[in-house]
Design a protein around this ligand. Structure first.
Ligand code: NAD
Ligand code: ZN
Length: 360
């Protein structure tokens, strides 16, 4: 068992990583929440048939009255009416403030169930059981929970830390390869911004089987990095922005593809390659770095370059025709393993992007 503690004063919690942990969910949650009687387990239509029974059986064996609440798989479930439905379901189930909500699924389930837990009865204890690589290395740690609005993604939400995060690496065996590789974009991001040794470790394992052979170490390293960043900047006012490496330009690609053409991981992969090239052009990033990141992602079959129109880049960085909000802070690398914020005029950023031929 690998254990990490997110030591936020008054809101401390453990992240447990172990193969087969799903079938010990009951005893682990019992130890963290001795007073809880009922457990509302939110999951989705893909995960429920795979892992719902294992988790429910384990919870029942530890004396919980547990019930599954399944939402349709996919981002569309992160919406206000699905949230309201969960509130009603929890009340019908008779949930009280000493009971708890668990999220069994990917980032969609984690964000939705977490926001439901944060808001029902003004907050009930919450447990994350992430089942995608992205959820394990990113969304289940750090306490950001949210739903999407028509105006954009994650616009209604909260900072709400879980009481426990249970990670069973074996669930990744059933995860489709594209979804696994989506998570790998974030994994490689951690190497880029924080740990050069980890970056090299990853580049030496360019396939899912090779990565799965060392998956505990990979999950542990990513969660340890996110844990340190979150402990220093829980509310995202400073250091936490280094986690956005590749995300500003990635957002432009997601927007240009109307959120359907490119997955988040693909857009972030291309965004990291573009950010590395930008950094090199600005004299911040050493010249060999863009090629090394492209090679790491390319070896996994990841996207290493996308393009979009100048209008879409401008929209994604919030530059209107009057040039309002003239500066932007990008996260760049001054070497593999270290990120630095870099502020430049938005107009200059657009000019550089144009010169890279990443423009339609
Ligand atoms: N809160 C945060 O800090 C944070 C950070 C990053 C992303 N997010 C959010 O996370 C969401 C994306 O998460 P995601 O990539 O996990 O997507 P997801 O939750 O939609 O899961 C992807 C797909 O995999 C399926 N699935 C999940 N686990 C599986 C398993 N073990 N085997 C087989 N199939 C499985 C799901 O049913 C779904 O179809 C987005 O909504 C994003 O906004 C949140
Ligand atoms: Zn991301």
């Amino acid at each position: 068992m690998k254990t990490l503690t997110v030591a936020l004063p008054g809101r401390e919690y453990d992240i447990l990583i172990q193969r087969g942990l799903l079938s010990q969910a009951g005893e682990r949650i019992r130890a963290a929440l001795p007073r809880a009687r009922k457990l509302a387990v939110v999951t989705d239509s893909h995960v429920e048939p795979l892992y719902g029974k294992t988790v429910l059986d384990s919870l029942a064996a530890s004396g919980f009255e547990a019930r599954l609440f399944s939402v349709p798989a996919g981002e569309a479930s992160k919406n206000p009416s699905q949230l309201a439905q969960l509130w009603e379901d929890f009340m019908d189930f008779g949930l009280t403030r000493t009971d708890a909500v668990a999220a069994l699924g990917g980032g969609v389930v984690g964000d939705l169930a977490g926001f439901a837990a944060a808001t029902i009865l003004r907050g009930v204890p919450f447990v994350q059981i992430p089942t995608t690589l992205l959820a394990q290395v990113d969304s289940s740690v750090g306490g950001k929970v949210a739903i999407d609005l028509k105006a954009g993604k994650n616009l209604a939400g909260a900072f709400y830390q879980p009481k426990l995060v249970l990670m069973d690496p074996e669930v990744l065996n059933t995860l489709a390869l594209p979804q696994f590789m989506d998570g790998m974009s974030e994994v490689i991001k951690y190497g880029c911004i924080w740990d050069a040794g980890f970056f090299d470790f990853l580049t030496a394992r360019p396939s899912k089987p090779e990565l799965m052979a060392d998956i505990e170490r990979i999950l542990y390293t990513c969660c340890d990095i996110k844990r340190q960043v979150v402990m220093e900047d829980e509310l995202d006012t400073g250091l936490r922005m280094i986690l956005n490496f590749g995300h500003t330009l990635g957002h432009a690609y997601e927007l240009a593809g109307r959120y359907t053409q490119w997955s988040h991981g693909e857009a972030v992969a291309a965004g990291m390659c573009a950010a590395a090239k930008l950094g090199a052009a600005l004299g911040v990033t050493p010249g060999d770095v863009p090629g090394r990141i492209e090679a790491a992602l390319g070896a996994l079959g990841q996207v290493t370059g996308l393009s979009c129109s100048m209008e879409e880049y401008a929209a994604a960085i919030g530059l209107d025709k009057k040039g309002a909000g003239a500066d932007i802070t990008l996260i760049l690398l001054d070497k593999i393993g270290h990120a630095v914020p870099h502020t430049l005029p938005k107009a200059e950023l657009l000019r550089l992007l144009e010169s890279f031929h990443n423009v339609l």
